[in-house]
Design a protein around this ligand. Structure first.
Ligand code: GTP
Ligand code: SPV
Ligand code: MN
Length: 611
């Protein structure tokens, strides 16, 4: 460590002893040129953005088109979460379960220590105090990320509450915080010129669930580097939730109000890049219904004294998939983005200093600079934006943000939806008959893979509760935790669990196109769900669950052919008979950790199918 950095570490501007000590240990190990305690101010933010422009990481966009907004193009080898390099290092291997990579924590720490030695040389080490969820929650969830990336600091400032206000609050109670250490793994030698997107070929995204700590090395991309998001709010939080009787989930949170003025709060778990942000920001097409957003990616749920499940969004921004987000499909997202204060990653740059991606407008501009910095024209034969390119925008910029977003107690949840991207088999909407069946829907959730993680795209994989890459412990224990919620609130004087629904916007018609128009038209399904809760909509029994009875799905004004409607909503016994062995096979992975109730649900389904 340079003398300068040593001085700063010693005079840490905090009375939080544990924090001061951790920062000085990390500085001694990583040997940064300087230490910067992030205060979270606007002036600091602007300085960091200028620094990122100077180093070539950021391109400042045209102030008239996108005020205070920037474009970052990443290294082409650092564009998505790296699940193969993501580890849950519990003390015992069986506690990580079959869905996670595992390594002995002592061995892992030795390895990481070697990598972090001198890893911040030539760079500034940023100390970012943050809180996920409300600062005035009963039990605020603090974290501190140490990172050598200014891109991470400016992005974390959008996604979480950071800086002095958080630090002061942590100091008041000497609060526990999750230490989250991040380095891009690209030290600079004396006189060495930096690159626009420093990273390392070797990547490690590591969680220590017992200790509740995170270490990430080698990547600068979103879910790998903004450690408050998936690493803390899902992987570590799911472990906290297991121990404390609550839930940390990969979900949208929204509020719908019917023409009579009654409001319903609904959460929805869809795997990555399967439509959460689009649903969260829905523009309902059904007459008289209003939608408000509370969250688009992560929901924390806890029981109140009445035994009702209450939900909050722990994040402060959207980190949304850009491609497919457009003025016709998602005008609410576009309006939020257009207010500025946005960081774009891996989208294309227009000649006017704006941004473009596939699906933003029907017609592509005649010339662009693509996400890799090359000239691009519509006949280029390759996408201009990376399929997993992202916009990072403050949630407060959404006009449709519900006032309840600011309620630290959260909203009472009326319904939970599970949904995946399936070309066949899964009908538009089905309601579970019981909580157990709802957990069965979640436990067997499946989807065709997308570009949000590395690997092949379009392969069907099971994704329990859309949490496959995010469960911080054994997946069977996780299902048990969900299943047991049935009993939990009883001790508190009653249970009031939300209704559960399975949805699929992505079923195909005979021509291979989407059978259901989706996007704003999904409000028709939401209406049916709310009406079911009120006992106003008719349903038909299927072996799986309850689907809309003829005429109970509001189709007024919808342009859809009879054959498409049939393709989207149909329950097909044969398709489900084919699905059974796949579920059977999936359940084998859980061994004796599979809840007995899930086995019973599968047996009952088989019987109802006559298989
Ligand atoms: P993560 O941020 O990775 O967790 O993704 P997400 O679940 O928020 O996904 P998002 O809403 O960004 O949507 C991903 C892709 O699905 C985009 O390309 C959308 O255009 C597309 N999509 C979303 N909703 C629908 C829909 O109702 N129908 C169809 N056909 N496509 C949709
Ligand atoms: C996802 O992949 O589910 C995302 C993007 O929301 S990331 O923050 O990279 O996890
Ligand atoms: Mn996500």
């Amino acid at each position: 460590m340079t003398a300068n950095a040593e001085q700063t570490a010693l005079s840490a501007p905090t009375s939080h002893q544990k924090l001061a000590q951790w920062v000085s240990e990390v500085a001694a190990l990583t040997q940064p040129d300087a230490i910067h305690w992030v205060d979270g101010s606007e002036s600091e933010d602007l300085k960091l953005k200028q620094l990122l422009v100077d180093s070539g990481t950021f391109t400042k966009l045209n102030e008239d088109l996108f005020p205070n907004s920037y474009l970052a193009n990443s290294d082409p080898a650092d564009v998505a979460r790296v699940e193969s390099r993501t580890f849950i290092c519990s003390e015992k291997e069986e506690d990580a379960g079959f869905t996670n990579n595992w390594m002995d924590p002592v061995e892992m720490k030795t390895k990481l220590n070697g990598l972090f030695e001198g890893s911040m040389r030539g760079r500034t080490m940023y100390v970012i105090p943050f809180v996920m969820g409300h600062l005035d929650a009963k039990n605020p969830k603090f974290g501190v990320e140490i990172s050598d990336s200014a891109y991470v600091v400016t992005s974390m400032r959008i996604m979480a509450k950071i800086g002095n206000e958080v630090l002061r609050k942590m100091e008041e109670t000497d609060a526990f915080f999750v230490p989250a250490l991040h380095s891009v793994g690209a030290p600079l030698e004396e006189g060495e010129e930096d690159v626009a997107w420093p990273c390392n070929e070797e990547k490690w995204i590591v969680h220590f669930p017992e200790e509740r700590s995170i270490v990430s090395y080698g990547s600068g991309y979103g879910g790998n580097a903004l450690l408050g998001k998936k690493c803390y709010s899902l992987r570590i939080a799911s472990v906290m939730a297991r121990d404390e009787g609550w839930l940390a989930e990969h979900m949208v949170l929204m509020r719908l109000t019917n023409p009579e003025g009654k409001s319903f709060n609904i959460s929805a778990a869809f795997p990555s890049a399967c439509g959460k942000t689009n649903l969260a920001l829905i523009d309902p097409t059904v007459e008289g219904w209003k939608a408000e957003v509370l969250g688009d990616d992560i929901v924390w749920m806890n029981f109140d004294e009445d035994g009702s499940l209450r939900a909050v969004n722990p994040e402060y921004g959207f980190f949304g998939v850009a491609p497919g987000t457009g003025w016709s499909t998602n005008p609410n997202a576009m309006r939020a983005i257009a207010k500025g204060n946005t960081i774009f990653t891996n989208v294309a740059l227009t000649d006017e200093g704006g941004v473009w991606w596939e699906g933003m407008t029907d017609e592509a501009p005649a010339h662009l600079i693509d996400w890799q910095g090359n000239d691009w024209t519509p006949d280029a034969g390759r996408p201009a934006a990376h399929p997993n390119s992202r916009f990072c925008t403050p949630i407060s910029q959404a006009d449709m943000l519900s006032d309840e977003y600011y309620n630290p107690d959260g909203v009472k949840l009326d319904a939970i939806m599970f949904g995946g991207r399936r070309k066949t088999t899964v009908p538009l909407v089905s309601q579970a008959r019981s909580w157990s069946q709802g957990v069965f829907f979640g436990s067997t959730l499946s989807s065709e893979t997308t570009a949000a993680a590395e690997g092949a795209v379009g392969v069907v994989r099971r994704d329990p509760m859309a949490m496959l890459p995010f469960i911080g412990y054994d997946a069977g224990d996780y299902l048990n935790h969900w299943d047991k919620l049935r009993d939990l609130p009883a001790a508190q004087g009653g249970k009031n669990l939300p209704a559960v629904f399975l949805v699929n916007w992505f079923r195909r018609n005979a021509d291979g196109g989407f059978a259901w128009p989706g996007f704003g038209e999904n409000s028709r399904v939401l209406k049916w769900i709310c009406d079911r809760i009120e006992g106003k909509a008719e349903a038909t029994e299927t072996p799986l669950g309850l689907i809309p009875a003829e005429g109970s799905l509001d189709l007024v004004g919808l342009e859809i052919s009879d054959s498409d409607l049939e393709a989207a909503t149909r329950f097909d016994v044969e398709e489900w008979k084919n699905e059974l062995p796949l579920i059977e096979q999936w359940y084998e992975n859980f061994g004796d950790h599979l809840p007995a109730s899930m086995r019973a649900e599968l047996d009952a389904l088989r019987e109802r199918l006559g298989a």
